[in-house]
Write a protein that binds this ligand. Structure first.
Ligand code: NDP
Length: 336
């Protein structure tokens, strides 16, 4: 089901105090959109530690509360818009114990709800309003009077009014203008983590191996880097795929290219790829294996140098022929 402005009524937000926990990418965009949709400024509180994000919120005329427990006590709605890995600690320690029993908790990603990392009293409403856009686009599209794709779901209906409240909130942030798609935290998490752990890793590996094969065949770094991505051709292909259709965009290419791509794709046996993808989806994402592993290394992500596992992965990736070749080209071109 797709929900539009006509399915949502802002009256469900009347006199509600709406707290945005976090004023980063999504928080800043969603809070401003909500206010510009007519929710009075005195109903909105930004909960943020005392720093640049808080100063930014103040400069935009918002009331800022640095004490999260105090913000929790007055919240009828709380948008959790701090990074996913931060949410369980901040919400469970400062918000959950103080929240009103009938409050609505809004997440913009399914991760913490799907993996049951947040403590919700059964009387609360728990909804997902998850824009499929970065925060700056959530704001700029709203300002242009346009909508943006967004998933919406009710995960816990403590008050019996969770859906109309979720739709009112979606409308207020500008998400029902072009249609908010009914989804669930399971679906959102499955697709998000699948893309991150199956689809894009394969694309990275395909580019890495293609680079090495062509380099070995005598192609230069400059030619390869431009041919493969710096010309922005892949970006244009995906743009055309979104506008014209995933397959139909091929019509923009030469006949030699169309024939090569379609005949090549038809000869690739999808069976091992599908088995590999299913393995990641079921044995890594849906069964929570990745989440448990990530929780174990999470604290190390704050560390410097090689003690940080993400830094080690970057170092390893930068040793690839593709990354080395790109570095040489960028240095020769004076690019950082
Ligand atoms: P950001 O990384 O932009 O969040 C920054 C905000 O979180 C700041 O207000 C920051 O304040 C606060 N914050 C960071 N660390 C802490 C901490 N330890 N304690 C308290 N506050 C903290 O987050 P996003 O907007 O990117 O993501 C928010 C949610 O939106 C997530 O659930 C994400 O999955 C979802 N989402 C994000 C999208 C995106 O484009 N980025 C797209 C769609 C959904 P300070 O550091 O000042 O305390």
């Amino acid at each position: 089901k797709i929900y539009y402005d006509s399915d949502a009524d802002l009256k469900h937000l009347k006199d509600k105090t709406i707290v945005f926990l976090g004023f980063g990418n999504q928080g800043a965009a969603q809070a401003q959109n909500l206010r510009d949709s007519g929710i009075p400024n005195d109903q909105i509180i930004i909960a943020n530690r005392k720093d640049d994000y808080a100063a930014d919120a103040k400069s935009k005329g918002f009331t800022v509360e640095h004490d999260f427990s105090k913000a929790a006590e007055v919240a009828d709605v709380v948008f959790l818009l701090v990074p996913d890995q931060v949410q369980p600690r901040v919400f469970n320690e400062s918000f959950s114990p103080k929240l009103k029993s009938s409050a609505t908790v809004v997440v913009a990603s399914g991760y913490n709800v799907f993996y049951k990392l947040l403590d919700f009293k059964p009387t609360l409403d728990v909804v997902m309003v998850a824009p499929r856009m970065i925060g700056s686009s959530v704001r700029s599209l709203y300002v242009k009077g346009k909508g943006f794709p967004c998933f919406v779901s009710v995960e816990q209906d403590g008050t019996g009014s969770a859906l109309p409240i979720a739709l009112a909130l979606s409308r207020a942030i500008g998400a029902t203008k072009t249609g908010a798609i009914s989804s669930s935290v399971r679906e959102e998490t499955a697709m998000d983590l699948f893309a991150e752990q199956a689809l894009w890793p394969n694309i990275i590996a395909l580019f890495r191996e293609a680079y090495s094969v062509l380099k070995e065949a005598g192609c230069t770094d400059e030619a390869l880097v431009y041919e493969m991505w710096m010309s922005k051709e892949p970006a244009e292909i995906f743009q055309a795929a979104a506008e014209d259709g995933f397959i139909r965009q091929l019509k923009h290419h030469s006949i030699v290219s169309q024939y090569g791509q379609l005949s090549g794709a038809s000869k690739i046996d999808g069976t091992p790829i599908r088995a590999h993808f299913k393995d990641i989806l079921h044995n890594q994402v849906l069964n929570g294996k990745f989440q448990r592993e990530f929780t174990k290394i999470e604290a190390d992500l704050e560390k410097e140098g090689d003690a940080n596992p993400l830094n080690r992965l970057y170092t390893l990736s930068e040793e690839s022929e593709l990354a080395q070749g790109e570095q040489r080209v960028r240095a020769r071109l004076g690019l950082s």
